[in-house]
Design a protein around this ligand. Structure first.
Ligand code: SF4
Length: 184
C-alpha cells in the first residue's frame, strides 16, 4: 500500500482525536508515570552491606532517600548492584532501625538506651582494664606479647579500609583472636 505523507498525517490526526475522546486507547508511552527520581538530588554513597564497597547514587527528596541505583562511575561496581543493595532502602527507612547504643549490664535481662559517647568510653575502659589484667608477655621462656582475654569479631558491613584499621588496632593491642562474621 502506498502511503503519502498527507495520508499519514490525516490518519494520525484522526487517531489522536479518537484517543482524546476516549474511543481508542492511548499509546503505552502516554501512560508512563513520572520517574520517582525526577527533581531529586543525587547523593553519592557506598553500600554498607559488605566489604566490596560498591558505589551507589541515592536520590534524595525532602531529606528522604526515594531511590537507589548503582553508580556507573564507581570503579568497583560500575553501576551494578547486588540484590542486597537493591533492598537498601528498606533499612534506611525502617522504624525498627537502631538509632541509639543499647547496653545490657552483666546479669541484667533488659537493654538500656545509652549515648554513643558513653558506650565508646565504656568499651575503651574495659579493653584497657582487661588487657592490663591479662596481658601475657612470655610463654615457656619465649616472648609472645598476647592479649588473650580479648577477641575481635569483624563485621561484613565494614569496608576494606575499616577492616585494615581494625586489624592494625587489634594487632597493636596484642589480640590474636581475630574472626569475621562471614566465617562463623
Ligand atoms: S552488598 Fe552487594 S552492592 Fe553492596 S557492597 Fe556488597 S556486593 Fe556491592
Amino acid at each position: 500500500m502506498d502511503l503519502t505523507r498527507r495520508d499519514f498525517l490525516k490518519g494520525t490526526g484522526t487517531g489522536a482525536g479518537l484517543a482524546a475522546a476516549g474511543a481508542i486507547p492511548l499509546p503505552a508511552e502516554a501512560y508512563t508515570p513520572q520517574l520517582k527520581t525526577q527533581g531529586t538530588r543525587e547523593v553519592p554513597s557506598i553500600c554498607y552491606y559488605c566489604a566490596v564497597g560498591c558505589g551507589i547514587k541515592a536520590s534524595v527528596a525532602d531529606g528522604k532517600v526515594v531511590a537507589i541505583q548503582g553508580d556507573p562511575e564507581h570503579p568497583i561496581n560500575r553501576g551494578a548492584l547486588c540484590s542486597k543493595a537493591q533492598a537498601y532502602i528498606q533499612v534506611l527507612d525502617n522504624p525498627r532501625r537502631l538509632q541509639k547504643a543499647l547496653y545490657r549490664a552483666p546479669g541484667a535481662t533488659a537493654w538500656e538506651e545509652k549515648p554513643l559517647d558513653w558506650a565508646m568510653d565504656e568499651i575503651a575502659k574495659r579493653v584497657k582494664a582487661t588487657r592490663d589484667a591479662t596481658f601475657k608477655e612470655s610463654e615457656d621462656g619465649v616472648r609472645v606479647n598476647r592479649a588473650e582475654a580479648i577477641a575481635a569479631l569483624g563485621s561484613a558491613i565494614i569496608a576494606n579500609e575499616e577492616c585494615y584499621l581494625l586489624v592494625k588496632l587489634m594487632r597493636g593491642l596484642g589480640v590474636v583472636w581475630l574472626e569475621h562474621q562471614a566465617r562463623i
